[in-house]
Design a protein. Structure first.
Length: 239
């Protein structure tokens, strides 16, 4: 009986989230409401007007067949927890667009590529590609988990609100040039991205109005909250 209870508990803890279980925040812009759905890991969904935008959909997190279909899919880099063809196929429709890196396009052979520092416009939405890479953390073979130039972060301009989804990155110097960010998502998981200390340093480079740590796994988010409590410029929200 104890083994059965343990098995049921593990199934409940690892079961994909339903739409009702996904946390949502709503923001007012000068072009209407922006909904941000915190699906988990490095995965987000935005609803802006009639448009649904999925970022790095990952099928282990939820049943994407039950989520709204994508008008746009953004992919930050080629790792399997960010470039998941099963999730992409579940949320796409004939009119769905995909914006991604050149490495990702080589894998799935479709979509519009955008490189670091480039911009593009999709359905009147300005999208800016920001570098995302490691400076410190490496694999055993000496290669960075995320080499410079391969991955993107994205700044999305929803009316007068600028949202920065950093992708898998560390506190890189390019962040100093980022300006006027209303909402930022910064990763915080070892050994692949940042410690809480690195995440706090990253946030202080550009001072977003609201900071959501994401992709944080088992990292203690309270450490980041404490590191940022005296900042005065940034509100940290944990989801």
């Amino acid at each position: 009986m104890k083994r059965l209870f343990t098995a049921i508990l593990l199934m409940a803890l690892t079961a994909p989230l339903s739409m009702a279980q996904i946390q949502k925040d709503t923001f007012t812009t000068n072009q209407g409401e922006l909904e941000i759905w915190h699906i988990g890991h490095g995965t987000l969904m935005f609803k802006f007007g009639e448009n649904i935008i999925h970022v790095d959909p990952y099928s282990k997190l939820t049943d994407y067949n039950r989520l709204p279909k994508a008008d746009l899919i953004l992919i930050t880099h080629e790792h399997g927890d960010h470039l998941d063809t099963a999730a992409i196929n579940a949320i796409r429709k004939p009119s769905s667009d995909i914006i991604l890196t050149s490495v990702c396009r080589e894998i799935i052979r479709e979509g519009q590529t955008i490189a670091n520092h480039e911009t593009t416009t999709w359905n009147n939405l300005l999208i800016e590609a920001v570098p995302a890479y490691n400076l410190v953390h490496k694999r055993d073979n000496g290669e960075f988990y995320h080499p410079k130039g391969r991955g993107n972060g994205y700044i999305l301009n929803f009316g007068d609100k600028r949202v920065y989804v950093a992708g898998d990155t560390e506190n890189i110097p390019e962040m100093k040039a980022i300006q006027n960010i209303d909402i930022a998502f910064l990763p915080m998981n070892l050994p692949y991205t940042m410690t809480p200390e690195m995440t706090a340093k990253a946030a202080k480079l550009f001072n977003p109005a609201i900071l959501y740590p994401y992709h944080y796994g088992d990292t203690d988010t309270n450490i980041l909250v404490k590191l940022m409590k005296d900042n005065g410029k940034t509100e940290v929200r944990i989801r």
